[in-house]
Structures are given as structure tokens and as C-alpha cells.
Design a protein around this ligand. Structure first.
Ligand SMILES: [Zn+2]
Length: 393
């Protein structure tokens, strides 16, 4: 049985929180450990990684709850009607030396499912949501919220204070100090704060001192009782929606610029490619013109009956042989063909008679000084024609 029996203390508190006209029998009360000064768990990688709530802040949270009961929600969903209220809280020393925020919640009679889950332990944890006044670097006291208030969001985004202390490294964390706004207490499957949970009635401990004090005439609603509350989803209270929107806008700008850059690069590439292909086309055309010019020259030469280079070479070789042969007749056994072939031609013409004598009829070689009559008239003409043809060139 986790539901608490309504003591006079609880009844007094309920009457204050719900109003005098409410049938208190329809409100079911449970004791909760809402949070403590023990470092928050399950926040790895966030600005709240191992964040701590100062003892004074715990008392301020409790004060806030006692002044104005907080809606009891489910999983921090703020839509819809509350299931009840977090209507009383105290700050209580723990055995470890930490301070915890204990309190009472009530759940409406109509919430049968919730009541069953609370009794069976299916729901046995709570998580508080509040906005602290300050978020301080544990090392140097740099205030992240103050920086954000001055439009400097970089520390919050980078999890790094201006002194370079990085949250999550070497034990650096934030300390939540002060209460800006108390939002709600939620029933959750797993609370943000270590040991935040619904307390069984056998372990309930609140109210004993209060009842004693009430019996002695002390107003239990005053600030004598340190009250406290916890933070779970404080990250939402830093207006991260706004931050995210700004970051998104920046990213969009970046993407836009990158897109334009890529387009410009593509255009440059296309233009360069066009230029290269135009140049290649021009080079190709030029080469073709050269080739056609050469072909045209050759064709022109052939058309005019000009001997080809092969013919000239063959004729030069023949003239050379005749020249050497004539020189041999003159006793120059190792005469060289003059570089200017026309000299050789002239020499052969001057010695034509002797040359005729050298060329035998029927291709038979004769000794120097042989009969000139051995060369037929046709052969002589051919020889002369060849020499003349060369000379005319
Ligand atoms: Zn710092």
C-alpha cells in the first residue's frame, strides 16, 4: 500500500492546496522524493550532464511548491489536464549528506489507471521540471544563462565556459542555482534525478516534525521547512527551440552558399571543357589543312610531270655512275660524284662521245676504250633523254 492515510497534517495541506470545497476523499496522497543535490543522471552529452542543484535551490523549489501547488503530469507532457498536484515539499537531509526534496502529491479519484500503476509500482518515479535562475560552471562560476541573456549562445551550444571548462570533462558540470520558474512534476518510468521516486507509506517520513510543530503552534506553511524541487527537462526551458531555429537558419545559409559554389564550379568546368574542345577542333582542322596542302602540292607536281623524289634519286645515281665511269677512263679510279649534280651532267655531256663507247650493246660490259658502235641508237637516245630531263630540272 503506497497511498498514505490522511493525517490531520496532510488534510490541512490538502485543504489549502485544493480548496475548502473539495471532497478530500477523492484525492489520493502519495509521498515522493522529487529530487536531490546528488548529480543528475541520464544526461550524458547534454549541458545537464551530472548537473547539481544547490541545497539552497532545493529549498527554493520547496518554497515554490508550498506557495503554489504544481501540476502533476505524465512524462512532462504539458498538454491535457493534470492528474493531480504536487502540493507540499520539504528539503530533507539524506544519510549521504546530500539534501533531497520530499513531498506529497495527490491524484484525482478519476485516474483509476494511474492509481493502480502507482500502487503496483508500475509507475514509481517522478521528475520535476523547473527553470533555474543561473547555470554556473562548477569550476569558475561562469553563468551560462547570463551569457545567453546577452545573446552569447556559444557557451550553451559548445558546453564550454569562457574559461574553457568543458562540461562532461574532468568532472566539470553545471550547478543550477535559484528558481526562475517551477513548471510541473511528472510521473515517469525513470526519473532524471537519482532516487526520485514514489515512497511506500511504510517509508514515508514527512510530516512527523511538522505535526509536532503544528501541535506546538508553529505555522507549518511558513519558510521554516526547507522545501525543494528538482529539474529534469530544464533543457527545454533555455529556449532551445529558438537556438535550434537560429542554428537551422545558419545551416540553411551555408547550404545555399555551398549550392551556389557548386553551380559556379560546374559552369567553370563546362566553359573550360568547351574551350578545350574548340581548341582541339582548331588544332585538328589546322593539321588537316597542312596535310591537304602537302597532298595538293604532290598532286600538283605529279600533274605537271615533275619527277618524284624517287625518280630524281634514281637518275642522280645513274648520272653518278656514268660520271665515275668516265673519270675512271681518265685514270681517276676513286673519283667522287660532285655535290652539284649539274657539274656531273655537264662533264658527261662534254664527254658524251666517250660515254657512248662505254655502254655496250645488249648490256654486255666492255673494257674501257671499247667500240662506240656497241650502243644502239635507241639506247643512246634514252641516255641523252634521261640526262637532258635531269638537266632541264
Ligand atoms: Zn568554467
Amino acid at each position: 500500500m503506497k497511498e498514505l492515510v490522511k493525517t490531520p497534517f496532510i488534510t490541512a495541506l490538502l485543504t489549502k492546496a485544493a480548496g475548502p470545497d473539495v471532497d478530500l476523499n477523492k484525492l489520493h496522497v502519495f509521498e515522493v522524493r522529487a529530487t536531490s543535490t546528488v548529480p543528475l543522471r541520464g544526461k550524458k552529452g547534454t549541458i545537464f550532464e551530472r548537473a547539481t542543484i544547490s541545497p539552497h535551490t532545493i529549498s527554493l523549489l520547496a518554497k515554490s511548491v508550498n506557495e503554489d501547488a504544481v501540476p502533476l503530469m505524465m512524462d512532462h507532457e504539458l498538454d491535457g489536464a493534470p492528474y493531480g498536484k504536487f502540493f507540499y515539499a520539504e528539503s530533507v537531509p539524506m544519510e549521504s549528506g546530500d539534501i533531497e526534496l520530499r513531498g506529497y502529491i495527490y491524484v484525482d479519484d478519476s485516474e483509476e489507471v494511474i492509481l493502480t500503476k502507482l500502487e503496483t509500482g508500475s509507475i514509481d518515479e517522478v521528475s520535476i521540471q523547473f527553470l533555474s535562475s543561473h547555470m554556473l560552471c562548477s569550476e569558475c562560476g561562469f553563468d551560462y544563462f547570463e551569457a545567453a541573456a546577452n545573446d552569447n549562445f556559444l557557451p550553451l551550444m559548445s558546453h564550454t565556459c569562457e574559461q574553457g571548462h568543458v562540461i562532461g570533462r574532468e568532472g566539470v558540470h553545471v550547478r543550477l542555482v535559484g528558481v526562475e520558474e517551477m513548471i510541473e512534476l511528472s510521473l515517469v518510468s525513470r526519473g532524471a534525478a537519482k532516487n526520485s521516486k514514489i515512497i511506500g507509506s511504510s517509508d514515508a517520513m514527512l510530516g512527523e516534525s511538522a505535526q509536532r510543530l503544528a501541535a506546538s503552534g508553529v505555522d507549518v506553511r511558513n519558510d521554516y521547512y526547507c522545501t525543494a524541487s528538482i529539474n529534469d527537462e530544464g533543457v527545454n526551458d533555455v529556449d532551445f527551440k529558438d537556438l535550434t531555429a537560429k542554428l537551422t537558419a545558419l545551416t540553411d545559409d551555408k547550404i545555399d552558399l555551398a549550392t551556389k559554389l557548386v553551380a559556379a564550379e560546374a559552369q567553370v568546368t563546362a566553359l573550360t571543357s568547351d574551350r578545350d574542345s574548340e581548341k582541339a577542333r582548331a588544332d585538328s582542322a589546322e593539321a588537316q589543312v597542312t596535310k591537304l596542302t602537302e597532298a595538293a602540292a604532290t598532286a600538283s607536281q605529279e600533274a605537271e610531270g615533275v619527277p618524284t623524289s624517287e625518280t630524281v634519286t634514281a637518275m642522280s645515281a645513274l648520272i653518278g655512275k656514268n660520271y665515275v665511269a668516265l673519270k675512271a677512263l681518265d685514270g681517276e679510279a676513286d673519283a667522287n660524284v660532285p655535290e652539284d649534280i649539274t657539274e656531273a651532267v655537264k662533264f658527261i655531256e662534254d664527254n658524251q662521245a666517250r660515254l657512248s663507247a662505254l655502254i655496250p650493246a645488249g648490256g654486255v660490259t666492255v673494257q674501257a676504250g671499247g667500240s662506240q658502235g656497241n650502243l644502239t641508237e635507241g639506247q643512246k637516245k634514252l641516255q641523252i633523254a634521261q640526262v637532258s630531263a635531269f638537266k632541264s630540272n
